[in-house]
Design a protein around this ligand. Sequence first.
Ligand code: HMG
Ligand code: MG
Length: 285
Amino acid sequence: MADHVTIYEMAPRDGLQNESRPIDTAAKIRLVDLLSDCGFSHIEVTSFVSAKWVPQMADAAEVLAGIRRRPGVIYAALTPNLQGLERALAAGVGEVAVFASASEGFSQRNINCSIAESLARFAPVLAAAQAAGVPVRGYVSCVTDCPYDGPIAPEAVAAVAGALRNLGCRQISLGDTLGTARPDTVAAVLEAVLHRVPACDLAGHFHDTAGRALDNIALALTYGLRVFDSAAGGLGGCPYAPGARGNVATEAVVDLLHRKGFGTGIDTTALTRAATFAQSLRRAT
Ligand code: HMG
Ligand code: MG
C-alpha cells in the first residue's frame, strides 16, 4: 500500500487572511464547502483572532456556522488566546491551533508579545481545549528566516517546537513564513527539531515566495515528515510577514506526492474546482 501523506488545507485561513478587501462570508463558506468535497481530513477554516489585527477573519463564527460539515473532515481554526478559544469552542471547531514564532521580532509583530509570553499564554488555552476534548496543533513561524530578525538558528526553532510539544500540542507545524527557505536550511532545522519532536508529530508549512516550496517538501519527506500544509490555488501571505506571498498550492503538492507514489486521498477533479474558485477570490480583490 502506498505511504500516506496528510494535507492540511489552508486556503480559507492562511490563504484569505491577507486579502486587503473584504471577502463575502458566503464566498468563504462556498470555498470551504468545495474543499470539503476534495477528501481532506483537515481544513483550517478561519482564525479567532482580534478583528483589529486581522479584519478579514472577523466573520470566523459566521463562516463556521454556515459551512456544510462533511463527516470525517476536521474543521480547524487558529486561537491565539483564551478569548479566541472560547469563541472557537462556541462555534463548534473540531481542532484549534496556537501559533508561536522562532523569532522575537515576528512574535512581537504577529501576536504582540515575546516568545516566552506567548508560551505562557498558550498553557491555559491548551488546558481548556483539552478539557473540552478538542485537539490542539502548534505552529512555529519563521523557522529559517524572519522578516525582522533575519536568519534564525535551528536550535531556536527546536526550543519552541519542544516547548509547544511539552504544553500538549499533538502536532507541530514548522512554518517557512517568508517562503525563502531552501532544502539545506530546512534540513538544518529538521536535524535540530527531530531531537525534540519525532517526525510523526511534525508538519511542514511552506510558503512559496521563492518558488522552492516543493523542493523543501521533497526534502522533508526524506526526513520522514508525512503532513504538509498547503492552500488550494496557492492563495496566501501573512499580514505580519511583508513580502511573503502564497502558500504552496495544494494542487502542486498533491501532484508531487502522487508522482512520488504517495497516497493523499485527494480527488484531483474536486480539487481543481476548489482551486479555481479560490483563485477567483484573489482576483476579485
Ligand atoms: P493584543 O492587542 O495584545 O491583545 O493582541 P489584547 O489582549 O490586549 O486585546 C486587545 C483587543 O483585542 C481587545 O479588544 C480584546 O478584546 C481583543 P478591545 O478591548 O480593544 O475592544 N481581542 C480579541 N478579539 C477577538 N478574538 C480574540 C481576541 N483577543 C483579543 N481572540 C492578539 C494580541 C494575539 C489578540 C493579536 O495580536 C492578534 O489577534 N494577532 C493575530 C495575528 C494573526 O492572526 N496573524 C496571522 C496568523 S499567524 C500566520 O499566518 C503564520 C502561520 O500561517 C504559520 C507560518 O506561515 O509561519 C500560522
Ligand atoms: Mg502561513
